[in-house]
Structure formats: structure tokens, C-alpha cells
Design a protein around this ligand. Structure first.
Ligand SMILES: Nc1ncnc2c1ncn2[C@@H]1O[C@H](COP(=O)(O)OP(=O)(O)OP(=O)(O)O)[C@@H](O)[C@H]1O
Ligand SMILES: [Mg+2]
Length: 408
């Protein structure tokens, strides 16, 4: 299968190349268009895996930048249900097939795909649900989990709802001012209010000086949903976006590290000093709120100048209570996979361009704000029971370490 790849930048759509996926196996090839390579202001759509050069570039798996705008566990589940219900003619062919099954209009980032002369895939009908349809979207996601969804539920979630990436049930939504957002719903087997935890963490992050995505906690029936404003759109314009996995060229089995992301910032960053400091702040914030699901696709970059990338606002931050925590965080602090401690973070400060005193000042600021998590939770009108469920996420080893360190 071969598709044209286009990218939208500054409101203009450019054909950048062709992507070919083998009919058997996972191998792919991409070739930039000569007209794109010679254009002033051309940029690599995948900074590490697809440098700007002539000729076909081959890879054993779909390029990471293309995976970034495709479905993950949730989207794949919907697509597979739709195939079983014969709403989609065939099971998508390989990873690229799954990417092409997602709605073009709400696709994450600025890449677009089509067959010659055809519409951009998946052909959009331009009807995205307004936030008032959250209850209907939740009902449809519940039906999927109960496995008694109707064809209409699937059409709604796959078409208008557009499943986007990630594992949790979600839908694209149009916010009150017409901007795009993502609504994330509860799953029937959740044992706590995940949306409440995410909104609490994102608001705490903002208060702690982290640039975090704007979000709201919205009651939908008897549960809550998080509605996050999309940062890969500027009005109606698409903004190129890649995950940290793509920026550092990590394979799916490679957990990468914060230090590797820092190196990616040094190579491709637009404001290197600011982003290194921001990343270090996020790293200690994640330790202090026990956000251990901090994998490389939960960090992203948006393109601000051709080929120059900035950390996107922080998103998908979830405080995890002790009982549900595994061995540690998904992303090690450094390449050697040392421990996830404040001490280890401080030892890395220089690699993030921070002096010891500056790093400690950031740490103090972040820890002070996180220490007031209950107060902020009450302001968000979270119940005492919900806050109690999250207590062990905030009263964690890193918090104790900071208290000892700052007392010295
Ligand atoms: N505010 C946003 N603006 C643009 N894109 C976003 C935003 N929030 C999330 N995304 C994109 O959508 C994907 C899925 O969102 P998110 O990570 O919040 O979902 P999730 O299901 O909780 O993920 P996970 O599988 O990590 O648990 C992200 O990986 C990112 O590519
Ligand atoms: Mg995620």
C-alpha cells in the first residue's frame, strides 16, 4: 500500500512524500518529494528517523512520527469492533492501515494521508461532537466495554468521536469557543476517579510553574470526565507535533530516559535552555505526584519554526496511589536506569543546564505547591473520599526526601 503524505504548516498543506507499507510484514519505506526537499523552510516530518534527504528510507516498523498520529489501545479496539460488525470492510492492513482508519479532521498533529486524487483519510464528515454530547459519548464507550455496542455507537465513536491515541476511552470534542479538545472518560473497572486525579495533577503542575495543558473536570452523569484543550491546533490551523519517543528515535521496546529527551532538546530544540529547565521541573513534579505512567508518548513536542521543536504543554499526568504503583516510573531519569529519586534528579541538574542552587530553588517551588494538593483538591470540589484515595500518591518517598533535603 502506498499513500501520499502531506503536512500542514502555517495554514498551508504541502505534499512531503510517499509512504509505502509492505503487503506482508511490518517494513515500510518513505521518500521525500523533490519539490519538498528543495523548498525553503522544508523540515523533516520525523526529526530522527526521516532526515531530509533524497531517495527511499526504509525501516522495519512504521515510522514513529506516523504512529504518533494513529490509534493506540482504545482506538484499535474500536476499529477491531467496527470490522467485526462489518462497518469497516476489512481489518486494517498493518499499523499504517490503523493510522488511516482515524478521522482526518481531528487527527493529532499536522500529518495527513491520501491515495492519489482521493480525499484525506479517513475521510472526514466534519461533524465533531460539542461538549454537550459528553453523556452520549460516555454511554457509547460504556457499551463498548460491556461488549453490547450497536453499529450506531461505533459509528459515533469512530467517526464523530474520533478515537485518537492512548489507552483510555476518549473522544475529540468541540469546546465552547470552537477549539478542539479531548474528553477522557472513566472505564467501568476504574477503582477511583481517574479524571479527578488527572485534573488535580494538571492544575497542580500549572501552579508549580509547569506549562501544562488547560483542562476542566466535567461531571457526566454520575462520573467525571477530563476535557483537555488541544495544543496541536492554533485556531483551525494544524500544528506539527511529535512525541518524545519520536524526537529521541526510541523504538517501542526502548523506555528512553529523561536525559535522552534532554539530548533531543539540545539537538532539535527551539529554546534549549528554557525547555531543559522545563523538562527538569516536570521530572521532579512527576516524582512528587507519583506519575509513573510517564512513558515517552506522554511527552510531546510542537514545531514552532521549521525543524525547531518546543516541549508541548504537559498532559496525561496521573497521580498513582502506592497500592497501584509498579516497580517505578516508566521513563528512567538517566540512560543508566538509576533509581527514581530526588537525589538522582539533583545529580542530573547540570545535564539540564541547571546550577545546583537553581535546581534546588525549582525543587522547593514545586514541592511547596504539591504539598498543598489537598487544598487545591478541595477548591476543585473533590470529595474527601476521593482525596483520601490519592493521599499515598502525594505523601510518597520523593516528598519525604525533599523534606529531609530542604531541612538541611
Ligand atoms: N491536549 C492535547 N493536545 C493535543 N494532543 C494531545 C493532548 N492530550 C493528549 N494528546 C494526544 O493524545 C494521545 C492520547 O492522550 P492521553 O495520553 O491523554 O491518553 P491516555 O489514554 O491516558 O494515554 P495512555 O495510553 O498513556 O494512558 C497522547 O499520546 C497525545 O498524542
Ligand atoms: Mg497517554
Amino acid at each position: 500500500m502506498t499513500v501520499e503524505v502531506h503536512v500542514e504548516y502555517d495554514g498551508e498543506c504541502h505534499r512531503v512524500g510517499s509512504l509505502h507499507a509492505a503487503s506482508r510484514g511490518a517494513t515500510v519505506a518513505f521518500e521525500y518529494e523533490a519539490s519538498w526537499l528543495t523548498r525553503s523552510g522544508a523540515f523533516a516530518i520525523d526529526p530522527t528517523a526521516l532526515p531530509l534527504r533524497t531517495g527511499a528510507q526504509h525501516a522495519p516498523n512504521l515510522f514513529s512520527a506516523v504512529q504518533d498520529c494513529g490509534p493506540d489501545r482504545w482506538g484499535r479496539m474500536l476499529i477491531d469492533c467496527a470490522v467485526r460488525k462489518r462497518l469497516l470492510p476489512d481489518r486494517p492492513a498493518g499499523d499504517l492501515g490503523y493510522v488511516l482508519a482515524l478521522d482526518d479532521g481531528s487527527r493529532i498533529g499536522a500529518l495527513r494521508f491520501r491515495r492519489p486524487e482521493g480525499p484525506f483519510l479517513a475521510a472526514t464528515h466534519g461533524r465533531l461532537p460539542p461538549v454537550v454530547r459528553l453523556p452520549a459519548l460516555l454511554r457509547a464507550t460504556d457499551a463498548i466495554h460491556r461488549e453490547d455496542e450497536t453499529a450506531a455507537d461505533l459509528r459515533f465513536l469512530l467517526g464523530e468521536g474520533s478515537p485518537l491515541g492512548g489507552a483510555r476511552p476518549k473522544s475529540v470534542v468541540v469546546l465552547g469557543d470552537g477549539a478542539l479538545g479531548i474528553a477522557k472518560f472513566r472505564k467501568p473497572d476504574d477503582t477511583r476517579d481517574i479524571a479527578a486525579g488527572e485534573v488535580l495533577a494538571l492544575r497542580l503542575a500549572t501552579a508549580a510553574g509547569v506549562r501544562a495543558a488547560a483542562c476542566e473536570l466535567v461531571a457526566v452523569g454520575r462520573s467525571n470526565a477530563v476535557v483537555v484543550r488541544r495544543f496541536d491546533r492554533d485556531g483551525v490551523r494544524r500544528v506539527p507535533m511529535v512525541s518524545a519517543a519520536t524526537l529521541v528515535g526510541a523504538s517501542s521496546r526502548d523506555s528512553g530516559s529523561y536525559q535522552a529527551i534532554a539530548e533531543g532538546i539540545r539537538r532539535f530544540g527551539d529554546d534549549v535552555a528554557a525547555d531543559l529547565a522545563e523538562l527538569w521541573r516536570r521530572m521532579v513534579f512527576n516524582l512528587l505526584v507519583a506519575n509513573c505512567d510517564d512513558h515517552l508518548r506522554n511527552h510531546a513536542f510542537v514545531m514552532v519554526e521549521p525543524g525547531r521543536w518546543r516541549l508541548a504543554p504537559a498532559y496525561d499526568i496521573n497521580p498513582v496511589p502506592t497500592a497501584e504503583r509498579g516497580a517505578g516510573h516508566q521513563t528512567p531519569l538517566d540512560a543508566d536506569g538509576g533509581d527514581w529519586s530526588i537525589d538522582a534528579a539533583l545529580a542530573l541538574a547540570a545535564a539540564f543546564g541547571l546550577s545546583g542552587p537553581r535546581a534546588k530553588a525549582i525543587l522547593r517551588e514545586v514541592a511547596t505547591v504539591v504539598g498543598r494538593w489537598r487544598e487545591l483538591g478541595r477548591r476543585l470540589r473533590l470529595s474527601k473520599a476521593t482525596l483520601d484515595q490519592y493521599a499515598s500518591a502525594f505523601d510518597n518517598d520523593a516528598a519525604a526526601e525533599v523534606r529531609r533535603l530542604l531541612r538541611r
